[in-house]
Design a protein around this ligand. Structure first.
Ligand code: PMP
Length: 772
C-alpha cells in the first residue's frame, strides 16, 4: 500500500528508445508530475504529442490494464467526452512492458489532450456547472465498464477506506484533532453505512484541479489521470471534485450549487447521495493531511501539488464549519431539487415539545405523556426521533402502510405533471370517479370530490335535506362524523354530556356485550333496530321529518361493535320507508377495513343512498368524496353550483388511484379478513390469563378489546386502559382507546398488517397486562 506512493526511476534515454521501438513515436521527453507513475510528454515543440506512462510496478499489471480498457470503453460509449485516447503498441496490445534494472514496468501511451492543467486556477459558476455535467457523463460512460481490479485495490486515497487513516489523527495539531475525530465518527456512524446502499461502480476516483484541463477561454477541455480508479459510490467523483474546487475565499454556495446542478442535469442525484455529499467533502478534505502524516511516518516526503492541497485542506474544513454544515446540506438538496427538510432533530424531546407549544398552542392534544416525536413511517412501523421503532396498531389513515412506495411515487409523479381543479376536465379525477363508481355498484354513479370526511358528510347531509325536503336526522349515540357545525350535530362524542341538536335523534348502539340484547338472542338485530321506531316517530311529530341517517358501519367510536345480523338492514329499511336517505359513512369502514367486503355497508348487506369517504382513501393524502345517485346530485345542483377548490385535484386523485391499485394487487381486503380473525384469536387466548379482558370483538382489521374491572358486573376499567396504553408504548406498540368509558382498546392498524405483526401485538398486550 505504501510503495505505490513513490514513482519509479528510469532514465530518459531508456524511455526514449522504448517509445521508438514499441510505439514508433519520437520527440523531446518532458517529465510530468505524478504521485505513483513516471510520466513523460513525448513530442516536438508546443502542443500535440503523446504521454508515456511508466506505471508503478508495485501495483501489478491489472490496474494499468483496467485503466487502458476503461479509456477505450469511454471512447466507445461517449466519444465526445474529453478524456485521453489510448494509443495501442505496434503489436496491437493496449499495454507494453519496459524492463529496466531487473524490473518490468507496465507502459501505457496516451494521446496528448489539448488544454492546460487548471492547477491553482479557479473556475467560475458556469464552468463549474460544465465540470459537474462532465463528471456525470463520465459516470454514465463508465457505468457499463466491468473490471475486477478496482474493487480489489487497496488505495490510500479511496474514501471508502478512510477509517484506515484514523491512527494519523494524532499527528494533527491538537486543535484540529477534535474536529477530525468528529468528522470520522459521523462518517462511520451515518455516511459509511449509507454508502453501502448507494449506486456504486468503477469511478475516476481522483477529480481535482490538477486533473482538469481548460482551454485558453477557460472552458473545461479535459479530464485526465485515470490511475486512481476504484469501485465505489458513484457520488464520490462529485464529492472529491467539490472538496478541491471549494476554496475558503470563493463563494461556497455558488461553487457547490453550480457543481451539483451540473451533475444533476445529467444524472439526477438520489436523496441519500445528496444528503451524504457534505460529509464526503469533509472526509476527502481531511484525508489530505492524514495521508501527509502517513507519508511522513514512512519517510516519504510530500511533493508537488500535494503540498498545496495539504495547506488548504484543514482551513477549508474550518471554513465549511463556519459556513454551516446544515446550511450547506440544504443548499445541496436545493441544487438537486429535493425539498427542504424541516430541521428534524431538536436537541431533546423537551425542546421539540416547547417548540410546538410556542406556535401550536399551550394545550397540546397529543397522545402519550411524554408525547412521541415521530420522524418516519414505513409500512406498519413508525420511528421516533430517539431512533426507536413502534408497531403501529392504531393508524388507519396510512391504510396500505405508511409511505407505501407505489403511492408516494404516484403522488410525486403527478405533482410534477399537473395539479389543478375540477373546473377543467382532468383525466385523473374522471378515472378516480369511474373507479369509485365501479366499486360502489348499483345506482351510485355520481361522485363529488371534497377534501375530508367531515366535508363529505356535510355535503351528503345538505344533499339529503335538499332531496327529501326534511330536516331531521338519525345518528348513533356516541358517534363521530366530523368537525363542521352541521356534522357536530351527528357527533355526540364531540361533547359528551353537552350534546344538543334538536333535529337529530340518537340510536342506542347495537352493543351485544353491554346493551339490553346479547348475541345469544337470535333476534338481537331486529330488537336493536326496533329502538329506532319511536325516534323516527318523534322527528315527524316535532315537524322535522327524516332527511337521513348517518352511520359508520364499523361502529368505531362505540368500540368496534360487531353489530348483530339484520341490525343495519333493519335501520336502513325503516329510514327509507320513512322517506329518509341512508348515508353510509365509510371513512372508517371502507376500503377493505372490514375484511369481508370492500365497503362496510356491504358487510351488513345494505344499499345506501350515499357513500362518504375520507381518511384511508389517499393513504395520508387528503381526499374526501360523496358517491351518490345521479338524481340526488342533479336535484342538489338545481339550487346552485357546487365547487371545492382542492377537491378532486390531480395529485389527490393520483394518490386515490394508487391506493385502489395497491388494495387490489396486494389482496388487502382478504388480508384484513384473515389477519383480523387471527389477531382476535390471539387476543381471545389471553382471556384465560387476564380477567380484565371482558370482550374481544370486531370485524376485519377493526378490533376492540373491552377491559372491565370484573367480568360479572362489567364495570369499565378506564384508568387501567389508560395505563395499559402507556405500558404498550413502552413495549413498542401503539394502540388507542375508544368507547363512552374509554375502556376499549382500539386496534386498527394499516391493513398491510400480517400475522407476524399480530403475534408481536398480542405478545406485547400479554406482557403489558401482566405488568399492569
Ligand atoms: N367520519 C368518521 C366515521 C370518522 O372516523 C371521521 C374521522 N375520524 C370523520 C368522519 C371525519 O373525517 P375528517 O377528519 O377527514 O374530517
Amino acid at each position: 500500500m505504501l510503495d505505490e506512493l513513490r514513482p519509479p526511476h528510469v532514465p530518459k534515454a531508456v524511455i526514449r528508445a522504448f517509445a521508438e521501438a514499441f510505439y514508433g513515436i519520437s520527440g523531446d521527453l518532458t517529465p510530468m508530475e505524478g504521485e505513483r507513475d513516471l510520466n513523460h510528454r513525448i513530442g516536438h515543440g508546443e502542443g500535440g504529442g503523446f504521454i508515456l506512462k511508466l506505471c508503478q510496478p508495485a501495483e501489478g499489471v491489472a490496474i494499468p490494464e483496467c485503466q487502458a480498457a476503461a479509456l477505450e470503453h469511454i471512447a466507445s460509449v461517449d466519444p465526445s467526452l474529453p478524456v485521453p485516447r489510448l494509443v495501442r503498441a505496434r503489436d496491437g496490445s493496449m499495454l507494453s512492458s519496459l524492463s529496466h534494472g531487473g524490473i518490468d514496468y507496465p507502459v501505457m501511451v496516451l494521446e496528448w489532450l489539448e488544454g492546460r492543467v487548471l492547477g491553482t486556477g479557479t473556475l467560475r459558476a458556469p464552468r463549474l456547472f460544465e465540470l459537474g455535467s462532465m463528471l456525470a457523463r463520465l459516470g454514465l460512460a463508465l457505468r457499463g465498464f466491468v473490471s475486477g481490479a478496482p474493487a480489489q485495490r487497496e488505495l490510500v486515497w479511496d474514501t471508502s477506506r478512510v477509517s484506515h487513516l484514523a491512527p494519523y489523527i494524532s499527528c494533527l495539531d491538537p486543535q484540529d484533532q477534535d474536529m477530525a475525530n468528529r468528522i470520522l465518527a459521523f462518517h462511520a456512524g451515518v455516511t459509511a453505512p449509507a454508502m453501502r446502499k448507494m449506486r456504486s461502480q468503477i469511478i475516476h476516483g481522483d477529480i481535482h484541479p490538477y486533473n482538469v484541463l481548460i482551454q485558453a477561454d477557460g472552458q473545461v477541455s479535459g479530464l485526465i489521470d485515470f490511475g486512481d480508479m476504484v469501485h465505489g459510490p458513484l457520488i464520490l467523483d462529485l464529492a472529491n471534485a467539490a472538496s478541491d474546487f471549494l476554496s475558503p475565499d470563493q463563494k461556497v454556495e455558488e461553487t457547490i450549487t453550480a457543481l451539483v446542478k451540473g451533475y444533476h442535469s445529467v444524472i439526477p442525484l438520489e436523496e441519500t447521495e445528496a444528503d451524504a455529499l457534505v460529509d464526503l467533502i469533509q472526509v476527502r478534505l481531511l484525508m489530505t493531511p492524514l495521508i501527509d502524516a502517513l507519508k511522513r511516518a514512512h519517510g516519504i516526503s510530500p511533493q508537488g501539488y500535494f503540498e498545496g492541497f495539504n495547506g488548504r485542506s484543514l482551513p477549508m474544513i474550518r471554513a465549511l464549519e463556519q459556513f454551516g454544515i446544515e446550511r450547506l446540506r440544504s443548499i445541496i438538496r436545493r441544487a438537486a431539487a429535493f425539498p427542504a427538510q424541516p430541521s428534524r432533530h431538536p436537541a431533546t424531546l423537551g425542546d421539540a415539545i416547547a417548540r410546538r407549544r410556542r406556535v401550536m398552542g399551550e394545550k397540546l392534544y397529543v397522545f402519550y405523556d411524554p408525547p412521541l416525536h415521530i420522524i418516519k413511517g414505513e409500512g406498519v412501523w413508525l420511528t421516533a426521533s430517539d431512533g426507536r421503532r413502534y408497531l403501529d396498531c392504531y393508524n388507519n389513515v396510512p391504510h396500505v402502510g405508511h409511505c407505501h412506495p407505489y403511492v408516494t411515487a404516484a403522488i410525486a409523479r403527478q405533482a410534477g405533471i399537473l395539479c389543478t381543479n375540477t373546473r377543467y376536465i382532468t383525466d385523473q379525477s374522471v378515472e378516480y370517479a369511474e373507479r369509485l363508481v365501479q366499486l360502489a355498484g348499483d345506482d351510485l354513479t355520481a361522485v363529488v370530490f371534497v377534501n375530508s370526511g367531515s366535508e363529505a358528510n356535510d355535503l351528503a347531509w345538505r344533499m339529503a335535506k335538499a332531496f327529501t325536503g326534511s330536516t331531521g336526522g338519525l345518528a348513533m349515540d356516541f358517534a363521530y362524523h366530523g368537525v363542521s357545525e352541521a356534522i357536530d350535530a351527528f357527533s355526540p362524542s364531540n361533547s359528551p354530556g353537552h350534546w344538543n341538536a334538536p333535529h337529530v335523534r340518537l340510536l342506542p348502539p347495537p352493543d351485544t356485550y353491554r346493551g339490553p340484547y346479547g348475541s345469544e338472542q337470535k333476534d338481537a338485530g331486529q330488537r336493536y333496530a326496533a329502538l329506532a321506531d319511536p325516534l323516527i316517530d318523534d322527528l315527524f311529530q316535532k315537524g322535522f321529518g327524516l332527511a337521513a341517517a348517518m352511520i359508520d358501519s364499523a361502529f368505531m367510536t362505540n368500540g368496534m361493535l360487531d353489530a348483530p345480523a339484520w341490525y343495519l338492514a333493519g335501520i336502513v329499511q325503516k329510514v327509507q320507508a320513512a322517506g329518509g336517505l341512508f348515508i353510509a359513512d365509510e371513512v372508517q369502514s371502507g376500503f377493505g377495513r372490514m375484511g369481508s367486503a370492500f365497503w362496510g355497508h356491504s358487510h351488513h348487506k345494505v344499499k345506501p343512498d350515499f357513500i362518504t369517504i375520507g381518511k384511508p382513501a389517499g393513504n395520508g393524502h387528503p381526499i374526501g368524496a360523496v358517491i351518490t345517485r345521479p338524481d340526488i346530485l342533479s336535484h342538489f345542483l338545481s339550487f346552485g353550483p357546487f365547487f371545492s377548490t382542492f377537491g378532486g385535484n390531480n395529485v389527490s386523485c393520483a394518490a386515490g388511484l394508487a391506493v385502489l391499485d395497491v388494495i387490489r394487487d396486494e389482496e388487502l381486503v382478504d388480508n384484513a379478513y384473515h389477519c383480523g380473525n387471527y389477531l382476535r384469536e390471539g387476543l381471545r387466548d389471553l382471556m384465560d390469563r387476564h380477567a380484565i379482558i371482558g370482550d374481544v370483538r370486531g370485524v376485519g382489521l377493526a378490533t376492540g378489546v373491552e377491559l372491565v374491572k370484573d367480568r360479572a358486573n362489567k364495570n369499565p376499567a378506564a384508568s387501567e386502559t389508560a395505563r395499559l396504553l402507556s405500558l404498550l408504548r413502552d413495549e413498542g406498540v401503539l394502540i388507542g382507546s375508544e368507547g363512552k368509558f374509554a375502556n376499549i382498546l382500539k386496534i386498527r392498524p394499516p391493513i398491510v398488517f400480517t400475522r407476524d405483526h399480530a403475534d408481536l401485538a398480542v405478545a406485547a398486550v400479554d406482557r403489558a397486562l401482566a405488568r399492569l
